[in-house]
Design a protein around this ligand. Sequence first.
Ligand SMILES: [Zn+2]
Length: 335
Amino acid sequence: MEAVYERPGNSGVIKIKEAMETKLNAGEVMVKAEFGSVNHVDIWGRMDYPWHKFPRRFGSDLSGTIDDAGTSSTFKKGDRVLLYPIKFCGKCERCLSANENSCLTRELYGDHVPGFFAQKVSVPEKNVIKLPENVSLETAAALPVAYTTAWHGLVSRAGLRPGINVLILGGSGGAGVAALQIAKAFGARVFTTTSQQWKSERLIKLGAEGVFEINEKLPENVLNSSGGIDIAFDTLGALTVPMGIRTLKRGGKLVSIAMTTGSEFNFGLRDIYSNNIDVIGAYLGTRNDLFDLVRAVSSGAIKPVIDSLFPFEEVARAQEKMENRTHFGKILLKF
Ligand SMILES: [Zn+2]
C-alpha cells in the first residue's frame, strides 16, 4: 500500500492504494516501513505548484528495516534504519563538501519526487542511516525534517553555544519544539512563542524561560525579558521575521526555515547592516546534521516530543490535526 495525492486540494485528495511492485535499482536498498511522521511540507505538497506532479506518493520522514540489501551493500536484511529525505547527486561540489542540502540538483522526497509513504520503498543506499540499538524506530521517525532543520539552522549555521539567548518564533509545532529542545541541550536560554495556554505550559516544562504571544508588542516584550536575543529561529515567515530581527542584539542572527504566514515583507536595511545582523536561510539539513542528531538522541541529550500516533491508513486525519494546530510536537504514523 502507498499514500498518494491524486490531485491538488485538501486532505480529501489523499488515497491509500495498492502500490506497484517496486524494483531495486543499482545502489539502492529496499526498506520495509515502520514509522513515518507528518510535516508541514506534506501539506504544502498538495498545493497546486508548477513543480508538483499529480498523482504523486508523498511523505518525507520514514524509519524502517532493510528488506532487501541487493548486492554489494553494507546493509543486511533486518537492519534498523532511518531515511535522509533529500535526493542529492553525491558528485557536485556542494555534495562533495558535505552540503547535500545545497546540492545543485537537490530534490525533496515527497515534494519534488515521489515520497516515502509506502509499505516498501526502494531508496539510494547513500540516503540510509543505520540506527544505534538504543534509538527506537518510533523516535527516529520524528527526526529527519523537523529536528534536522532545527539542528542545521541553530547548530551548523548560527553557531548555537551555551549561555546565549535564543528566541523561537512558532514554538509549538514540530520544528519549534525541536529548536527548543536542541537549544536547551546546548545550554542556551530559550524564549519562545505560542497563542495557547496549554501549549505555553508544555513549553515551560521543556525549559522555556519565557513564552510570548505574537503581537505588535512582541519585540519590546522579548527585549525587556531577555536583554536581547543572539539567535532568533523563525518557523512562521513574513509575519514574524521582521519582529524577530527587532529582538536581536547587535551581531545577532535570524534563521528562517519556512513561510507559513507568507513570503514577502517590508523591512528597513538600516537595522540589518548597522547592527551587523546575519539573516540565514535553512533548507532542511545535511546528512551530517542527521547523524549528529541521532547521536544526540542515543546519548539521551534529546528526547523528541511525540504528540500522537496514527495508523498509516489515517494519514489524512493526521494531516488535519496539524492543519488545525491542535498538536504539540511530532505527529507519527505507524505502518
Ligand atoms: Zn550534488
